[in-house]
Design a protein around this ligand. Structure first.
Ligand code: URC
Length: 321
């Protein structure tokens, strides 16, 4: 139903905040992941909105059940990019009238607890620690609108809430000075940010699942181990980001951001764009001049007031030519 004044211009639905914890046991060596999953669908679903026609609705409860089922059967469950692709491909393959699936995953951090071992410190086989608020982020859009055997996926991934700080080798000078300018130029300051990083892959082709149950799933080579997300790879995005933050003699957040993004693009041919959102979390030297105590000389200041808000917010996307 549409009338002269309105029509349904967009419709997408599904389940949000599906919480999953998964164990993969390799004998006594256990792997774990904890995910918050959002799985949304698009397709021939207009009549569910316009005519109260539920015959086209895969219940969001079923979408949740499928999410748990794929977490159980998928050999890819430990890698969020690959698990997301498996889930989204299953959804568009299973239902003739569903043409696109959108899966977003937030992976919570669990690291192995270090314990004394025979040769120094070892990682514990089945005990873990939540060592930080950092999350690994994945978004996939799986598009079967050209046919169930011509599935294309767009994959975006990265991390969020990676909190870092350095106490020197950060400066900020040469900026616009006018009647609004209070900020002093500094050749030494604290630099702290909570890193949000996303990178996009070139569109990947998803091979048609071989079995009727669409439970088989072949991961495209771009998303295989050795890729930008793989922490075993020396040039993985998290490591490049942290190392550049630590070692760059920063002229500004902008300049350090650009450097990080270019390094990731240079080292990973399948990555098309790299985006960062970097809040500049200010640390203000406390003025103790009224006590006759010097605390304002940039490289010598020792007591700072961390400022929760406002923060700067420096964002950019760097793209492959
Ligand atoms: O690295 C910075 N970039 C800015 O754009 C900016 N603006 C500001 O007040 N301090 C900073 N620092």
């Amino acid at each position: 139903m549409s009338d002269e004044t309105s029509f349904l211009s967009h419709a997408r639905y599904g389940k949000d905040k599906v919480r999953i914890f998964r164990i993969v046991r390799e004998g006594k060596w256990h792997h774990i992941v904890e995910y918050n999953v959002q799985a949304l669908l698009e397709g021939d679903i207009e009549t569910s909105y316009t005519e109260a026609d539920n015959s086209v609705v895969v219940a969001t409860d079923s979408i949740k059940n499928i999410t748990y089922y794929i977490a159980k059967i998928s050999p890819h469950v430990l890698v969020p990019e690959r698990f997301a692709l498996h889930l989204a491909t299953h959804l568009v393959s299973k239902y003739a009238h569903i043409h696109k699936a959108f899966v977003a995953i937030e992976q919570l951090r669990w690291s192995r607890i270090p314990v004394p071992g025979e040769q120094g410190t070892a990682e514990h086989p089945h005990s873990f620690i939540r060592d930080g608020d950092e999350k690994r982020i994945v978004k996939v859009e799986v598009d079967a609108s050209k046919g169930k055997d011509k599935i294309i996926a767009n994959v975006t991934a990265g991390l969020s809430d990676l909190l870092v700080l350095k106490t020197t080798e950060s400066a900020f000078s040469g900026f616009v000075r006018d009647k609004y300018t209070i900020l002093k130029e500094v050749d030494d300051r604290i630099l702290s940010t909570s890193i949000d990083l996303t990178y996009t892959f070139a569109p990947v082709k998803i091979p048609k699942p071989a079995d009727a149950q669409v439970e088989e799933f072949v991961v495209p080579a771009e998303i295989a181990p050795g890729s930008v997300w793989d922490t075993a790879v020396p040039t993985n995005a998290r490591k490049v980001t942290l190392e550049t933050f630590a070692t760059d003699n920063s002229a500004s957040v902008q300049a350090t951001l650009y450097r990080m993004a270019r390094l990731i693009l240079a080292q990973h041919a399948h990555v098309q764009t790299v985006s960062y959102a970097l809040p500049n979390k200010h640390y203000i030297p406390v003025d103790m001049g009224y006590l006759g105590v010097e605390n304002l000389v940039p490289a010598q200041a020792e007591v700072f007031m961390p400022i929760a808000a406002p923060s700067g917010l420096i964002t950019a996307t760097v793209s492959r030519k």
